[in-house]
Design a binder for this molecule. Structure first.
Ligand code: SIN
Length: 553
């Protein structure tokens, strides 16, 4: 089933206002330096490839560093099995995960954790010296490896950053990839990279010639007014791959973390209160002390993330006096052990005036993870020859309609290794880049706040047809383009493009499934057990509805 629709506002792009001033080349350019990008870059460099890593701020500034819970992997075969991890992942994915890809992920996860330990990562251990395994929402077993209690991502990133440096991989910091260039046959031939000064101004634009570009830019949480994602998560890689003609899938499934620390009137990145806190016994209660999750799901407070976020959002709608804005996570049953197990969360809550050891933590759902993205195989291959996508930016079929907790960094590591192997094979030969195809119409940076408010209002954990129509009008409203002078304009442009893709898919999916919940069609529908795939061929956008596990990209 194919459908032609009007092109998104940003599809017809004028020429890039700035001409490239510097030219260089690399066999492989990796855009992004989180778990997925760093693993891919490291593996390719160790195999002898000449690799350039391009990163927007610096090493360690992306989402991986913020991951608290950990890495899901079957490491205790006496109490867990691949089949159970596969089953939990498929259940969380609500009928849209691709079983074959999930199996690949689960089987390779233990090896990926071991590879990180071999690089020097130090994970928490029990008194017997075995890896300490925690439980999170949607998991029937304790299988989450963690570090520093609730600082797992920081340890993963520290390990990979050190390894990249030790391997001598060239890293271009404070740089953003603007656009991928093709040769005259449509193969990737290079990438335009803007270098940004300390004030966020574009200093110069360089053309780096390469026939393999790996997009590993993470997520798009900043498309929303309230998110657990850092300021860097502006959907850059998804927007860039879309402009390059890559198929994009499942983008309506933006996962909302149920328990972001709530503070009045705050916006932007919020403190995550890990699901592992519920794994240790904390429960969700409303303002009157009633359980939020009682009777909602057999796993109660440890139900999959989409179920918990939806239950909270529904409870907030029912709050006396209209729409409430937070519930509470009561972790007082954990007692003083909370301080050792979750040191970051305790310190940050205390700094904000709440002591989780003795009082409930105010929490609310916040945009957390893009389950969809650039349609890719687990080894990163996309529909565009020479363009790879890995990590959160990729839609590999693992997460389906809702990612299982702590499968995110695991996927980044497993897929990162697979991309590295793919990059060691013969790379496509590309001809000279066609500069005429280079283009980026940027919008005024002020657009960003306006779009984020619209996305939070109408495209949040609970959606309906009228709200999505309003959101569509908002994100598709004509926006005058401006010349490229700053990083903020590029980010606003990318956020507008990804918001438009999300709204378009969310409008079409007339059912509730996983992290896409509609108040006007509250149940999943069998006929919607399909992936929504959007493509732009340079002149028109096509939307197709494709079976799970289909062979195409
Ligand atoms: C958490 O610690 O709750 C987040 C982990 C994840 O998003 O996988």
């Amino acid at each position: 089933m194919n459908q032609q629709i009007a092109p998104p506002v940003l599809a017809p792009l004028p020429r890039l206002p700035a001409s490239p001033t510097l030219e260089s080349s690399a066999e492989v350019v990796v855009i992004g330096s989180g778990a997925a990008g760093a693993t891919a870059a490291l593996g390719a460099a160790r195999a002898g490839r000449d690799v350039l890593v391009v990163t927007k701020s610096g090493l360690g500034a992306g989402s991986t560093t913020w991951a608290q819970g950990g890495l899901a992997a079957v490491l205790d075969a006496t109490d867990d099995s691949w089949d159970e991890h596969i089953a939990d992942t498929l259940t969380a994915g609500a009928g849209l995960s691709d079983r074959t890809v999930v199996e690949q992920l689960v089987r390779q996860a233990p090896e990926a954790v071991q590879a990180l330990i071999d690089l020097g990562a130090e994970f928490d251990r029990d008194l017997g010296g075995r890896l300490a395994l925690a439980r999170e929402g949607g998991h029937h077993r304790s299988r989450i490896v963690h570090a520093g209690g609730d600082a797992t991502g920081a340890e993963v990133q520290r390990t990979l950053d050190g390894s990249l440096r030790a391997a001598g991989v060239v890293v271009r910091e404070r740089s953003i990839a603007l656009d991928v260039l093709h040769d005259d046959r449509g193969c990737v031939a290079g990438v335009l990279i803007a270098h940004v000064d300390n004030f966020g101004r574009i200093e110069d634009v360089a053309l780096v010639r390469s026939s393999a570009v790996v997009v590993a830019t993470g997520g798009l949480g900043q498309a929303y007014a309230v998110t657990t994602n850092p300021a860097q998560s502006t959907g850059d890689g998804l927007a860039l791959a879309w402009r390059a003609g890559a198929a994009v899938a499942d983008v309506e499934f933006v996962q909302f973390h149920p328990t972001a620390f709530w503070q009045p009137q705050s916006s932007g990145q919020q403190l995550l209160v890990s699901e592992a806190v519920r794994g240790e016994g904390a429960t969700l209660i409303d303002g009157a002390g009633g359980s939020v999750m009682r009777g909602v799901h057999p796993l109660g407070d440890l139900a999959p993330r989409d179920v918990v976020a939806t239950a909270i959002a529904l409870r907030l709608r029912e709050a006396p006096g209209g729409i409430g804005d937070h519930v509470f996570l009561d972790a007082t049953s954990i007692g003083p052990a909370m301080v050792d197990r979750f040191p970051t969360i305790v310190a940050r809550c205390r700094a904000a005036g709440i002591d989780p050891v003795t009082e409930p933590i105010p929490v609310a759902p916040a945009a957390h993870f893009a389950c969809g993205g650039v349609r890719a195989r687990l080894d990163g291959i996309t529909s565009v020859p020479g363009l790879f996508a890995v990590g959160e930016v990729a839609a590999t079929g693992v997460h389906g309609a809702n990612r299982l907790a702590s499968n995110g960094v695991t996927e980044g590591l497993v897929a990162g290794h697979m991309v590295a192997i793919a990059l060691t094979k013969t790379l496509p030969e590309s001809g000279p880049p066609v500069l005429g195809a280079a283009s980026l119409a940027v919008v005024d940076a002020k657009v960003r706040t306006d779009v984020a408010l619209a996305m939070s209002r109408w495209v949040g954990p609970l959606r309906d047809g009228d709200g999505l129509t309003a959101a569509s009008a908002h994100v598709r409203a004509p926006r005058p383009s401006t010349s490229l002078t700053s990083l903020a304009e590029v980010e606003a442009t990318n956020l507008l493009a990804v918001s438009e893709l999300i709204v378009h898919a969310a409008q079409r999916r007339e059912e509730s499934r996983g992290s896409h919940r509609r108040l006007d069609c509250t149940e999943p529908r069998d006929e919607w057990r399909k992936r929504i795939v959007q493509r732009w061929d340079g002149s028109a956008v096509t939307t197709s509805y494709e079976p799970v596990g289909g062979a195409g990209l």
